[in-house]
Design a protein around this ligand. Structure first.
Ligand code: 7PM
Length: 282
């Protein structure tokens, strides 16, 4: 069980995290929650409720696009986008709200608004983020990224991608422990697509059992990622079958939480894996 501010996530079988994007420009579902210039809270809440009904245990709400080349977002704007939705979702739905942010101000404010988990693609590397996260007492997802969103896909290089991701994540775990964050409240994420070529992503997926062996729950996001586009030539709205295959491969290799844009389909795919695990002879 992962304890997320009064709500808990059962990690005895794989859990589903649904993505709710509040940015107007995200690559796969951008702008779909907007009415004109304005984020439509009722529409976002309806989307959230639908994901919960389809089996999401966690909803990941983000207000900063990490798309390669995306314009940086001010803290004020990120708060404006994310906080009202965090408040409403956590008050009105029985689900853990994760906030996808790197900024200490947003971490603090999100916890006050009812967030149950902090998801940071920068693994609390921004000044003040470690202390802000520690003060919330919330579980944290630490993700690996090589470089920064604007340059990470330029020419990523590793001698051994699995070992280097593992070493980075262990360093961030140590940094968290040094400010008093308990190991038990940490999740690890290899960061598929964040400073990785197609080959790096595939090697990481194959090597996932080694990361699972670190003993902390693994969160994995492969949904609709560009690796699928590059391997299969599929546009972003045609990547569901491959995303489901990748999700099942990830749980088979030890992923505890699957981050996805397509909750119902992913929940079904994972449920088939669970049924196969749990069947007994009779
Ligand atoms: C452009 C590129 C737009 C990548 C959106 C994305 C992850 C995440 C994202 C992940 C964790 C997307 C990503 N991906 N947080 N946030 N793990 N922990 O495809 O893989 O949604 S944003």
């Amino acid at each position: 069980m992962l304890n997320c501010a009064g709500r808990s996530v059962d990690l005895s079988r794989p859990a589903i995290m649904g993505v709710i994007n509040t940015t107007p420009d995200s690559f796969s579902d951008g702008g779909t929650l907007y009415r004109g210039e304005q984020l439509d809270l009722d529409l976002a809440l309806a989307r959230a409720a639908d994901m919960v009904a389809r089996g999401a245990a966690i909803l990941d709400i983000g207000g900063e696009s990490t798309r390669p080349g995306a314009a940086p977002v001010t803290v004020a704007r990120e708060m404006q986008r994310v906080l009202p939705l965090v408040e409403r979702v956590s008050a009105e739905l029985d689900v853990v709200v994760s906030v996808d942010t790197s900024s200490p101000e947003v971490i603090t404010a999100a916890a006050g608004a009812g967030a149950g988990l902090i998801n940071d693609v920068r693994a609390l590397s921004r000044p003040g983020a470690l202390d802000a996260a520690a003060a919330t007492g919330l579980p944290i997802c630490l993700m690996h990224m090589l470089g920064q969103p604007d340059d990470m896909q330029a020419a990523p290089q590793y001698d051994d991608v699995v070992t280097e991701v593992e070493e980075f994540l262990l360093q961030r775990v140590a940094a968290c422990e040094a400010v008093g964050i308990a190991r038990e409240s940490l999740l690890l994420d290899p960061g598929f697509g964040f400073g990785k070529t197609v080959a790096h992503n595939l090697l990481l997926l194959r090597g996932l059992p080694r990361l699972a062996d670190l003993g902390l729950p693994l969160l994995v996001g492969l949904s609709r990622k560009s690796m699928i586009g590059k391997l299969l030539g599929r546009e972003v709205d045609q990547r569901l079958p491959a995303s489901l295959a990748l999700a099942v491969m990830a749980v088979e290799r030890g992923a505890a939480i699957i981050r996805t844009h397509d909750v119902g389909a992913t929940a079904d795919a994972v449920a088939m894996w669970v049924a196969m695990q749990e069947v007994g002879e009779s």
